[in-house]
Design a protein around this ligand. Structure first.
Ligand code: NAP
Length: 280
């Protein structure tokens, strides 16, 4: 890898805390290599109280592009020069492009999630969809689904007030989508075109956030977790014949869309996907 580094090599990176576990460096470096782009993608471990210095550093060091992850996706916005409308709407940026010292922020988690639904051959338009969870990823998923024309989105969260806040924040912004904060029982009783798990339940254990044997009817399912690649929820989906995917597609497509935002080139999706599948 080092033999092609030169004084002209462009630097990209991931800003977060922690960042050591991230799959993004391998995914983006394989993409740069596949397209013969003289660039490298690194990780930058940035503590919460150092985010302003890190962003100023992007300009000073002429870093060409960056991804942003937990815990900086919201706080980074105030240090950017421009933010795209959907990123502004959800108040979270995961990708920054440095255009001659002008830092532009966008959010490719939204488009990445929606693109990942193609593996299910699923379009959100006029569909009834339930989200489990109301954290950072739920915001991106909700906005992506409402923006793509979902007719009903039910949100259930362990801490009900967070789901209520999420729904009230976006209800006026997406007048054509009915958003509702609902009970666990309501999720079980409603026929769903799609169920999306955005909680962390299933990451550390075989636990599932929902007992699918109690559910009325679910046609499609996405678990945003990608490691482990098959969670307790996905195992149940398989058992009940529900067409389902894990979060690797969202991870892949947020990366592809970030790559295109930075370089203006179509991302080499196939090699990026192969790299990710080798990691999980
Ligand atoms: P987050 O902001 O910390 O939100 C966590 C959510 O999980 C909250 O709604 C929380 O509910 C819920 N939760 C946690 N423990 C729970 C439990 N024991 N029972 C019920 N609910 C529980 O996290 P996030 O950033 O949204 O990430 C959530 C998951 O999505 C993670 O597994 C992450 O790996 C995955 N993710 C995947 C991608 C991808 O590209 N595939 C991208 C982003 C995130 P409370 O509000 O009640 O605490």
């Amino acid at each position: 890898m080092t033999e092609n580094l030169s004084g002209k090599t462009s630097i990209y990176g991931l800003i977060g805390y922690p960042v050591e576990h991230s799959f993004s460096p391998l995914m983006h470096n394989v993409a740069f290599r596949a397209l013969n782009i003289d660039a490298r993608y690194l990780t930058f471990s940035v503590k919460p109280n150092q985010i302003s210095q890190a962003i100023i550093g992007i300009k000073a060091l002429n870093i060409v592009g960056a991804n942003v992850t937990v815990p900086h996706k919201s706080s980074v916005i105030s240090y950017l020069d421009e933010v795209t409308p959907l990123a502004e709407l959800i108040g979270a940026v995961n990708t920054i492009k440095n255009v001659q010292g002008n830092l532009i922020g966008t959010n490719t988690d939204i488009s990445g999630f929606v693109r990942s639904l193609s593996a299910l051959n699923f379009s959100p338009r006029n569909k009834t969809i339930a989200l489990l969870g109301a954290g950072g990823s739920a915001r991106a998923v909700l906005v992506g689904l409402a923006d793509a024309g979902a007719s009903n989105i039910l949100v259930h969260n362990r801490t009900a007030s967070r789901a209520e806040n999420l729904v009230s924040e976006f209800s006026l912004k997406f007048a054509k989508t009915q958003l509702k904060s609902v009970s666990h029982q309501k999720i079980l009783d409603t026929p769903l075109d799609l169920l999306v798990n955005t909680t962390t339940v299933g990451m550390e254990s075989n636990e599932s956030p929902l007992d699918l044997s109690q559910c009325c009817k679910i046609r499609h399912l996405v678990d945003l977790i990608y490691s482990p690649s098959q969670t307790g929820l996905l195992k149940q989906a398989e058992k009940f014949g529900i067409s389902a995917i894990n979060g690797i597609g969202m991870l892949l497509y947020q990366g592809c869309d970030a790559f295109t935002f930075w370089t203006g080139k179509l991302a080499p999706e196939k090699v990026m996907k192969e790299q990710l599948l080798n990691l999980v």
